[in-house]
Design a protein around this ligand. Structure first.
Ligand SMILES: Cc1ncc(COP(=O)(O)O)c(C=O)c1O
Length: 390
């Protein structure tokens, strides 16, 4: 059976070039980048080169790149590393749990958080951020692209507010990296987190831009790695893989790949929307989708259960994810969709299609060939359709 993976926002496979770039660093070039002998220095050179690539990717100085284990660590570092008892923190109610749970933990340490809600379109209004600022506000954290809807947030405007008011600004760019250009100087942020596995790099490796002079306490202490900002022996192969993925992502932003991806996403979306009782999550008041990451669409389906549709599509070879997540054994509707004002039933009956950079017309054709029948079938069975489920 043909399989089409449309869950790139969960994770992506390595591109072959990434695999090839990493390969020598597992065995032949296994040195510890802190050792002074030749194998160590070879590893050091690879890390230094990767740092230069990441500095180009962020548009920052090499010394402002810190390698870490990924998005969760970057998000946690921003929150735990900058906030102290008595500080006020501003974030949004649609952030990833790596920010939300960190904020919840900081509540126990005397840090109050304001969770700014999005508009129904999924966009954060920068004036809501401005209104939330208090004299004791120390940090604002807003994502670049939402993982569920793909909605791109107005980070440049928020960066301006942060700079005018003297507040530190962190961006979770995990879902934006590789999909739109990142320029930390233009945005004016102090911190920015990315993760390799969302951009066709390996899992367990990421990087953070930390603007020079930003007083972030490291999350991990020990050796003097990463200019004492992140202790732990560098995972050289992972770092090389991240940098290769970033290099390929920079090409994709220049060579039209992202436009091609957006066109595929739009065709997929238009095809699914031909079904009655469907709509996009992430539209403005005029019904037009707001600016989104090129690979993502989130669509609601009336009169069916989203989880059943995810399973039905999986059985037909299509991998997507639904609008609910499992928390402590119970299925909860997505906090992002709920914050955008969807009711529980519609949030549960929403599906995220997120395309890999390597997606093809044939992939879209396949998905469009199975979705209508699966939807129609479930609608005939659904207790939601029969009105027996609240
Ligand atoms: C927006 C966002 N932030 C952070 C993370 C966490 O990244 P990682 O899996 O690298 O820890 C994810 C992963 O799903 C994400 O989508």
């Amino acid at each position: 059976m043909r399989r089409v993976y449309m869950d790139a926002n969960a994770t992506t496979p390595l591109l072959p070039e990434v695999m090839e770039a990493m390969r020598p660093y597992w065995m032949e070039h296994f040195g510890n980048a802190s050792s002074i002998h030749q194998p160590g220095q070879q590893a050091r050179r690879a890390v230094d080169q990767a740092r230069e690539t990441m500095a180009r990717f962020f548009n920052c100085h090499d010394a402002e790149v810190v390698f870490n284990s990924g998005g969760t660590e970057g998000d946690n570092t921003a929150v735990f590393g900058l906030l102290h008892p008595g500080d006020h923190f501003i974030t949004t109610s649609i952030e990833h749990s790596a920010v939300l749970q960190a904020a919840n933990r900081m509540a126990r340490h005397g840090v109050e958080t304001t969770f700014v809600a999005p508009q129904p379109s999924g966009l954060i209004d920068p004036t809501d951020i401005l209104r939330a600022i208090r004299p004791e506000t120390r940090l604002i954290s807003v994502m670049l692209a939402n993982n569920e809807t793909g909605v791109l947030q107005p980070v440049e405007e928020i960066g301006k507010i942060a700079s005018d008011t003297g507040v530190f600004f962190h961006i979770d760019a995990v879902q934006g990296a590789g999909k739109i250009e990142i320029d930390v100087r233009r945005i004016g942020c102090h911190l920015l987190s990315i993760s390799a596995h969302k951009m066709h790099g390996p899992k367990g490796i990421g990087a953070m831009f930390v603007r020079r002079g930003t007083p972030v306490d490291p999350l991990l202490v020990g050796g003097s790695h990463e200019r004492r900002q992140r202790a732990g022996t560098e995972i050289v192969a992972g770092i090389v893989g991240l940098a290769k993925a970033a290099e390929l992502a920079m090409h994709s932003l220049d060579d039209g790949t992202i436009y091609r991806l957006a066109a595929l996403r739009d065709r997929l979306e238009a095809g699914v929307l031909e079904l009655s009782g469907t709509g996009v999550n992430g539209v403005s008041a005029n019904g037009k989708p707001v600016s989104r990451a090129a690979n993502t669409t989130n669509i609601w389906f009336d009169n069916l259960e989203g989880e059943a549709l995810v399973i039905a599509l999986d059985l037909k070879g299509v991998s997507v994810s639904g609008g609910s997540a499992c928390h402590s054994g119970a299925t909860e509707p997505s906090h992002v969709l709920m914050a955008m004002g969807l009711d529980k039933t519609r949030a549960r009956a929403s599906l995220r299609f997120s395309l890999l950079k390597t997606a093809t017309e044939a992939d879209v054709d396949h998905v469009l060939s199975v979705v209508p029948a699966a939807v129609e079938h479930l609608r005939t069975l659904s207790p939601v359709a029969a009105g027996t489920l609240g």
